[in-house]
Design a binder for this molecule. Structure first.
Ligand code: GRF
Length: 218
């Protein structure tokens, strides 16, 4: 069997996407194992789940570092000493330096709660509702220095329903995130997702994709 990729998940808070990745990684055929959960905050709720799951955890507090370079160097050293192959950002609320992003190019992925390139940044659900879009969603992508940009690995479309609030829409998108992110990590860790000229090519894709029309035809 091909060696499973060693993944570090970087979190800052709740960690529900981290949990989805950990649970997916328990499948015998999953091509990645979660070798480390790293947080910049001791208070990150997700750390307790990771510890209970028997995963190595580590806190590197950005406030203990005088510069972004020093913070990123500490993270990089930890990742290398843990022999990490891939990084999955999961609600990690720090912007990495260009040097760090370059060092981990095509080996660091993220999940974002919108259909990129629409709604980069924060408050994506509020902004989608304000614009009246009928289809919203989430995106997993390779990380580049520009925030919420980079080659798109996979996206999930989510309908916006009458009467949605930012909270109800966010909850619906989060459920999709929990399906999408393990799928995207599987594609990357197995080598099926490859970056070619800043676009992701997925090998072995043969199924007819489902169509989401909202409001529905009937
Ligand atoms: C998610 O909405 C994710 O898309 C965004 O930050 C949030 C993290 O939530 N990048 P959680 O910590 O995974 O629950």
């Amino acid at each position: 069997m091909i060696r499973r990729k060693r993944v570090a998940i970087l979190i800052s808070g709740r960690g529900s996407n981290m949990k989805a990745l950990v649970e997916a990684s328990h499948a015998p055929d999953y091509p990645a194992e979660i070798a480390l959960v790293l947080s910049n905050r001791t208070s990150a709720a997700g750390l307790a789940f990771a510890e209970a799951a028997g995963i190595a955890t580590c806190v590197i507090d950005h406030k203990a570092h005088s510069s972004r370079e020093s913070f990123d160097a500490a993270i990089d050293a930890k990742l290398r000493s843990t022999r990490i192959d891939l990084i999955a950002l999961a609600g990690f609320m720090r912007i990495m330096t260009a040097g760090f992003v370059e060092a981990w190019k095509d080996r660091m992925i993220n999940i974002h709660p919108s259909l990129l390139p629409s709604y980069k940044g924060l408050h994506t659900h509020e902004r989608a509702l304000a614009d009246g879009v009928k289809i919203h969603g989430c995106t997993s992508h390779f990380v580049r220095h520009e925030v919420d940009a980079g080659p798109i690995i996979a996206q999930a479309a989510v309908p916006v329903l009458e009467g949605d609030t930012p909270e109800s829409l966010s909850a619906r998108v989060l459920l999709a995130e929990h399906q999408l992110y393990p799928h995207a990590l599987r594609l990357v860790a197995s080598g099926r997702a490859q970056v070619n000229d800043e676009r992701v090519v997925i090998s072995g894709q043969s199924n007819e994709p489902a169509r989401l029309i909202n409001p529905p035809l009937t």
